[in-house]
Design a protein around this ligand. Structure first.
Ligand code: AMP
Length: 389
């Protein structure tokens, strides 16, 4: 997910550029100006409060802005991120945006400032006023808007300069040139993004074999906590012996161990496009751990995929697996298989349910043959790996 804020004085071309960017990147677009005009048109309480201030070229209170954003923002399945236009416009709003991003389990990649001399702003807005029908595009109000921009909005730049995610460009160029420069910045942000896929499914749903195949095909790192634990067992390490005992009784391994192993794996994975997580998170606690680990490494979950398979098919598949020589200790008897299915239902299904409320979760039918299911999964993964450059 890439989140961008377009910044600049009135008339800098934020709205024009936004239209191009939404089309190209499929952003979830939030223009506080548009939202306010919508509230005014509908004559809502917020609209009535804002109307006078906008007509005079002042800034609407931060309280009103929070409310309209709260009313608008929701999860954005399918969108590649948020595009903010005309927000943040005050120092307080910069903090509001930070909080909002945390709430959405993400972060602002950059604030792109389209810089334009005041005379150009005035000229453009007067020209726009002839066709826009906007009551605030007249000379006196324009002057007030620019005054507000200078006094209250420009200081916002310091917030982002300090954070180091501020980018500036010359807005006095042609629309095409400005667009080219903005897209260059955004493409770079997309290329830096790690693509983190979380693969869910009951034991026997094919998540392991599919995860390995997907990782191989798309240059992702397959991060399967079960496999990592197995390696510890094979190495007969101290942790490995502990894990062996837990496995034999069908219990989960303590989170402290799992965290250490995941951290080690992420730190050792350099120059990769992202991860496919399999078998983690398995519990609600682990879903918080994953958020924490990813945030620590400056990244987030890109996509959650659940492979859905009928229980009878699962049992049939797991039973067949239990008869093979390489069968894992946790799959070696009906009793253990049933216990694993129960564990998944009790502990992991609530995690998926929680994610369905907050994230983009694709539910994939895993009943068909391997290649058919792989193709279904590949569509979801490819969507996230889209190269915009
Ligand atoms: P815009 O369409 O972005 O030029 O916004 C038009 C007017 O809406 C501004 O002059 C302000 O009065 C108001 N407005 C829009 N966004 C904000 C904001 N983030 N904070 C305060 N007022 C805003």
């Amino acid at each position: 997910m890439v989140n961008v804020a377009l910044f600049g004085p009135p008339g800098a071309g934020k709205g024009t550029q936004s239209a191009f960017l939404i089309k190209k990147y499929n952003f979830f677009y939030i223009s506080t100006g548009d939202l306010l005009r919508e509230e005014i048109k509908k004559e809502t309480k917020l609209g009535l409060e804002a109307k006078q201030i906008i007509a005079q070229g002042g800034l609407v209170s931060d309280e009103i802005i929070v409310q309209i954003i709260e009313n608008t923002i929701k999860e954005n399945p399918g969108a590649s991120g948020f595009l903010f236009d005309g927000f943040p416009r005050t120092y307080v709003q910069a903090y509001i945006l930070e909080g909002l991003m945390i709430k959405m389990h993400t972060a602002l990649n950059c604030l792109i400032s389209i810089e334009l001399p005041e005379e150009d702003s005035i000229q453009r807005l007067l020209n726009r006023g002839k066709i826009s029908g906007r009551s605030d595009d007249n000379e006196q109000v324009i002057k007030n808007r620019l005054h507000e921009y200078r006094e209250k909005t420009l200081p916002v730049l310091n917030f982002y300069k300090e954070k180091g995610n501020y980018k500036a460009l010359n807005g006095a160029q042609t629309v095409e040139q400005v667009n080219f420069e903005i897209e260059k910045i955004i493409n770079k942000e997309f290329s830096k993004e790690l693509v983190n896929i979380v693969l869910f499914g009951y034991p026997g749903s094919g998540r392991g074999s599919q995860g390995i195949a997907l990782a191989k095909k798309y240059g992702l790192e397959y991060l399967a906590t079960g496999k990592m634990l197995e390696e510890e067992i094979n190495n007969k390490s101290k942790i490995g012996l502990k894990i062996q005992k837990l496995y034999e009784s069908g219990e989960l391994v303590p989170d402290e161990i799992v965290i250490q192993l995941i951290e080690k794996k992420i730190e050792n994975s350099k120059d990769i496009k992202g991860f496919i997580f399999k078998g983690f998170p398995r519990t609600l606690v682990q879903s918080y751990i994953l958020d924490g680990i990813l945030q620590k490494h400056g990244t987030t979950i890109s996509k959650i995929i659940e492979i859905e398979v009928d229980t009878l098919t699962l049992i049939r598949r797991l039973n067949k697996r239990s008869l093979t020589p390489g069968c894992m200790p946790y799959d070696s008897s009906t009793e253990k298989i049933v216990k694993r299915l129960e564990e998944h239902k009790m502990k992991t299904i609530p995690v998926i349910q929680k994610y369905k409320e907050t994230h983009d979760v694709a539910v994939i039918n895993g009943e068909d043959d391997f290649d058919t299911v792989f193709e279904r999964l590949a569509i979801e993964v490819k969507e996230k790996l889209k190269d915009f450059s």
